[in-house]
Design a protein around this ligand. Structure first.
Ligand code: TRP
Length: 327
């Protein structure tokens, strides 16, 4: 039986944090290990070009992201892992999609509007046409489903729209992929537990998967817990959420009960959360370090992944070129 094709990408942002992990990587590993899908996972380095960064830093982040994806359990024997730019078909199809996508649709995208504010000095054309490249990433592989977080749903809808527009103009070719909306816990910043956990605020706001136990402990010590007036503290909720995902069920339940009856001690909660996360990522840290000490191993995996991905992508492109009349 032919397996369903599943595809997803992640931008190379350097070290991943626990929010990224629960939001994407953990599901990738589960989907891979379910054995039900033919999985393609890639590092969206071309998308990362829409934000300014030094070349050496970008290179470093791509390598680290690859090491972390592998250390978290993506297995190159089971899944195809590659870097977007290694498969030039992505940019070629993105151009063709640019030519069927109305600018007005692109201007409506929430992410474009947000980025136009957050990087107001660098509102480049790539930020605007980002979803056309994303549509190319996806449709090249004709996946049935695309696991994404809810911030990417709008882009996936536009992908379906682009598929429709292409089909209308050039003949029925692309199927419309479904979003596989993964229910992801909203992990908050340690220091500002009302906002999403994000590195842009500073390293004290996040727990990185690569953080050593002592670092995790230190960060948690500074995590905000009590709020003025008592009423349900978002900081405590956030720590409980982390414990729910990384700790044992009994420990989580005990702290939830203690919070309800007011006997909770935040120091104990922080210790439990720190221990749980440190333990959970112990083998991850070892494997990550091993890989980063051996860049050749990472490079070999990515080259092989790009070969496998190219076979599929190039086949799609051959047909697309004929359909649009450039062959
Ligand atoms: N835009 C996605 C993000 O920032 C990353 C991405 C690029 C992606 N291309 C994709 C995700 C294709 C899924 C499918 O999270």
């Amino acid at each position: 039986m032919k397996k369903q094709i599943m595809l997803s990408g992640i931008q190379p942002t350097g070290n991943l944090h626990v929010g990224n992990y629960l939001g994407a990587l953990k599901h990738w590993v589960e989907l891979q290990n379910s054995g039900k899908y033919d999985c393609y996972f890639f590092i969206a380095d071309l998308h990362s070009l829409t934000s300014d960064m030094k070349a050496d830093d970008r290179r470093e982040q791509i390598t680290r992201t690859a090491a972390e994806i592998l250390a978290a359990g993506i297995d190159p024997e089971k899944s195809t892992l590659f870097v977007q730019s290694h498969v030039p078909a992505h940019t070629e199809l993105a151009w063709i999609f640019n030519c069927v996508t109305p600018v007005a649709e692109l201007e409506r995208m929430t992410q474009f509007k947000d980025k136009s504010v957050s990087q107001e000095k660098n509102i480049n054309a790539g930020l605007l046409t980002y979803p056309a490249l994303m549509a190319a990433d996806i449709l090249l592989y004709k996946p049935e489903a695309v696991p994404v977080g809810d911030d990417q749903i709008q882009h996936l809808e536009l992908t379906r729209d682009i598929a429709k527009k292409f089909n209308k103009r050039y003949g029925e070719f692309f199927a419309e992929p479904k979003a596989l909306l993964t229910k992801t816990p909203r992990i908050k910043s340690l220091l500002e537990p009302t906002i999403k956990m994000s590195k842009s605020k500073g390293l004290g706001h996040v727990i990185e998967l690569a953080d050593e136990p002592a670092v995790i402990e230190k960060k948690l010590k500074k995590a905000v817990t009590a709020t003025e007036g008592g009423e349900g503290s978002p900081g405590v909720e956030n720590l409980l959420l982390l414990l729910q995902h990384f700790g044992s069920e009994s420990s989580h339940q005990a702290f939830v009960a203690a919070e309800k009856d007011g006997s909770i001690r935040y120091g104990d909660l922080k210790k439990a959360v720190g221990d749980a996360i440190s333990t959970h990522f112990a083998s991850f840290r070892t494997r990550r370090k091993e890989l980063l000490d051996n860049h050749n191993e990472i490079a070999d995996i990515l080259i092989d992944g790009a070969h496998r991905a190219s076979e599929v992508a190039n086949k799609t492109m051959e047909e697309v070129r004929k359909l649009v009349g450039i062959r």
